[in-house]
Write a protein of this length. Structure first.
Length: 77
């Protein structure tokens, strides 16, 4: 009985130990190009698991928006 209680307690503590990853907004990622590059690299390295996570979706959107802004500036807009 003690084993079952200790096992359950240990299992619940193990499940709670992982901190959720902070979700960055598109604007935050556009303001911090280093963070954006790191997230894009992380998402590309494991697309099967990470493609649909909020940070990868926002990183892709921020990258696209940044590219559009750079193209607009290059074209004189």
């Amino acid at each position: 009985m003690k084993f079952l209680v200790l096992f359950t307690l240990g299992l619940s503590l193990f499940g709670c130990s992982k901190q959720p990853e902070r979700t960055y907004s598109v604007d935050e990622l556009m303001a911090n190009q280093t963070l954006l590059s790191d997230l894009i690299a992380k998402c590309k390295s494991n697309p099967g698991e990470l493609r649909e996570t909020p940070n990868c979706v926002n990183a892709k959107a921020a990258d696209w928006k940044s590219r559009l802004e750079r193209m607009g500036k290059a074209l004189g807009g």
